[in-house]
Design a protein around this ligand. Sequence first.
Ligand code: UTP
Length: 469
Amino acid sequence: MQFENIENSNLVKQLQDFNQSHVLQFWNELAPTQRKQLINQLETFDFQLIDSLTQLASAESPWEKIAQAAEVPPAITLAQQSPDGLHYQHARATGTEALAAGKVGMILVAGGQGTRLGFDHPKGMFPIGPVSNRTLYQMHFEQVLGRSRQFGVRIPLYVMTSPPTHDETTQFLTDHQFFGMDPADVNIFCQGVMPAVDKDGKLLLETKSSVFVSPDGHGGTLEALARSGCLQDAKTRGIEHLFYGQVDNPLIQTCDPALVGYHLNSGSEMTSQVVRKTDWSQKVGNVVSIDGKVQIIEYSDLPEQYAKQTNPDGSLKLWAGSIAVHLFKLDFLERSLTQADSLPFHLANKKVPFLDASGTRVEPDQPNAIKFERFIFDLLPLAENAIVCEVKAEDGFCAVKNAPPAKSETPEHVKNAISDLHGRWLQAAGVELASGIIVEINPTFAADVETLKGKIPTGTKIAESTYFK
Ligand code: UTP
């Protein structure tokens, strides 16, 4: 086929070499602006990379071999975290000092498309406060604000969006005046995208003048932090550690001083919060140690026989489940940027609508495409002294993933989890709660039980659903 007025002959050659010329099949029908749009997009693609990733789809799975060597990671377990114990108190004191010295910042990733939830806006805009109806964004921003006030310091917040969520998120946060945070402390940065391919390795057209692309996974955080200047901004502010959380988990113990302390006291470059798996088949990433390096094996990659291994007392050997809460040393992130392939791409079979050769849009009902995503937790094996830190799931993890009638991770589950958690905080602070009521605490009122104790007199009785703010 002859392409009218196409200037970039090198690109045409690359498309031919990599068997992707079909993306120009509607070229001769396109208006000049559409042609420019298509060329601009194609020029951002690394065809060699896409080709080599596609080859991986037919490669033999390496996981059986990796799983054979999987041992338990170095951990601070709940048993070691007794609030009266010296270990915990030392960690809390160290973390408090670092926080009060302004050495900790927060990354919130919100670039996902929330397809399972089926909400028409960025997921952070989803209302989740059980009494207040606050959105996920408001909850996270106020958590950062609560910690800032608790430690008398400015904690910068870096929010990662993606091309599909960026503009609406920026508008929403601006309209709500960043929920009380100083705009100078909020940085919104956008992650990159990757194209998908069909089962034959061919790029998929979304329109006649654009190829389908989607966010490049939460692992895109590393590159996007650097490209956007956010890493430099953090450094300039004197930040030494970045706390990382995902927008769909409102239970995150944002910048928890004890976690920061364990991380510092262990000289860890990357610390991950984990829950103790309740069942071998629980759908969380398995945090393990292989040849002395901590790493995560996705639940779908860990062969059953290894997931089922038990200790002599019957408990699960590979017990640590990732909840996607991490703490990074900033120097470590900088070093990882210089290491080629520090974050490999993972392949996932997904349904991707596309234009067929006749220009008709096809909505597949089965996975028809391979998407390529990077995962942030792949940084773990590169980190020196990486540790995991156990948290009770009900205290730190309940993510909004699914729309009803799903049986788990629905908005209703998450609202109940928030009310239950805050109810436990109130009881720990000596407050009596009538049964069946819903409670919610704004973190600017109290960021944790410790702070709550100073706010509400012991013996206070709460008879109806209440939002403490
Ligand atoms: P999930 O993988 O659960 O994706 O992301 P999701 O977008 O929330 O939902 P589905 O899978 O489309 O239904 C976990 C977290 O990682 C972020 C998401 O915003 C969420 O906070 N994420 C995911 C990114 O920031 N970028 C990505 O490319 C993918």
